[in-house]
Ligand binder design. Structure first.
Ligand code: BYC
Length: 314
């Protein structure tokens, strides 16, 4: 961790800050905070916001091909929700003294990351089910834990987001359950989607605890309340029985119930693939980023018009 206290006054403030955080109190934007805590949060919250917004793309791919009006309405509402989540999170990050423009610039320059999971293609309708069920399901496990994060605006955003995510998870599971109760071809599509999304979903929780460079600070400052591995295990234990209930096979030959631990053991995660994807070389990274840049440029006139309106109303 970088040395954050430089003057006696800083040291005093830092001690007070640490005491406050340890006692379980929340930090508000106007409270004094060490620079490293501020930077840590900007990194994590902005990446979280980018994930929500980039995550609209793989789902957007299916709006015009949704199999019914009902399915289309639900999908549109879900995608809009994700955009809204991005906005809460960008606003939470802005309270730390960074502008949305700066965050977008960092994303476009490849300096800010977004979730690994959105760099995979959505090839068939079951992928929309798998995203809702597995991806939103993984996100909820992570985000329920983040509801108790020490930075209050992030925590408040999480409370609101979790309410919507549980609806997303259920609609995804409904798609999968319906397809598994359908024709042979539909069952094959659902299993194929499960095979492709399972492992990247496990990667969403980040590297194993011993390989997670940010975890020590995150725990010290109560930004994270549970480790990457603890949350991943929680997701697995919750999801495997759901898969079995509708007849899906988890694509992990080493997955087995561990009676002693009362949880599932799982096979090795392909971390080489994870690092390749988060460093820009997944199947859809270029496509996702090109699309974001184009849409951002196309929308410049909206931002300019809003700015002109604001100036006129002053
Ligand atoms: N993907 O030290 P670590 C949604 C990076 S969207 C990419 O463990 P940390 C939805 C990490 O950033 C909601 N990168 O980091 C939307 C770091 O690199 P940098 C998505 C990852 O921060 C639309 C390095 O690996 N949820 O629900 O302590 C449709 C070392 O990691 C990932 C969030 O964004 C990853 N999966 O812990 C449907 C959750 N994992 O920054 C659904 C918010 C790790 O040094 N974020 N890296 O370059 C978090 O909770 C934490 O940041 C993480 C990682 C658990 C992801």
């Amino acid at each position: 961790m970088e040395n954050i206290a430089t003057t006696p006054k800083d040291e005093q403030r830092l001690a007070k800050f640490e005491e406050w955080v340890q006692s379980g109190e929340a930090i508000e934007p106007r409270d004094w905070m060490p620079e490293a805590y501020r930077k840590h949060l900007i990194r994590q919250i902005s990446q979280h916001a980018h994930s929500e917004v980039i995550g609209m793309q793989p789902e957007g791919n299916w709006v015009t091909r949704a199999p019914s009006l009902r399915a289309k309405q639900i999908l549109l509402a879900k995608i809009q929700d994700e955009g809204g989540h991005g906005l809460y999170l960008y606003s939470a990050a802005e309270t730390l003294g960074i502008t949305r423009d700066e965050m977008i610039e960092q994303l476009h320059a490849g300096k800010a990351k977004y979730s690994n999971i959105f760099n995979y293609p959505t090839l068939n309708w079951a992928d929309i089910g798998a995203i809702g069920w597995l991806v939103d399901g993984a996100a909820i496990v992570n985000q329920v834990s983040l509801q108790r994060t020490s930075f209050a605006p992030y925590s408040r955003a999480m409370v609101r987001i979790c309410k919507e995510e549980s609806f997303h998870q259920r609609q995804g599971y409904e798609i999968m359950a319906k397809m598994m109760a359908g024709t042979e071809a539909q069952r094959e599509m659902a299993q194929d989607a499960m095979n492709r999304w399972w492992w990247p979903s496990l990667m969403m929780f980040g590297p194993h605890d011993g390989d997670s460079p940010h975890s020590a600070d995150a725990f010290r400052w109560k930004i994270k309340r549970q480790t990457n591995d603890e949350l991943r295990q929680k997701f697995i234990d919750k999801t495997v029985p759901q898969a079995e209930l509708i007849g899906l096979t988890v694509p992990d030959p080493d997955m087995k119930w561990n009676e002693e631990k009362q949880s599932y053991d799982h096979g090795r995660i392909n971390w080489e693939e994870f690092y390749r994807v988060i460093n820009g070389h997944g199947p859809c990274n270029k496509q996702r980023m090109d699309h974001h840049k184009k849409v951002h440029a196309d929308g410049a006139w909206v931002r300019e018009a809003a700015e002109a309106y604001r100036a006129k109303m002053k």
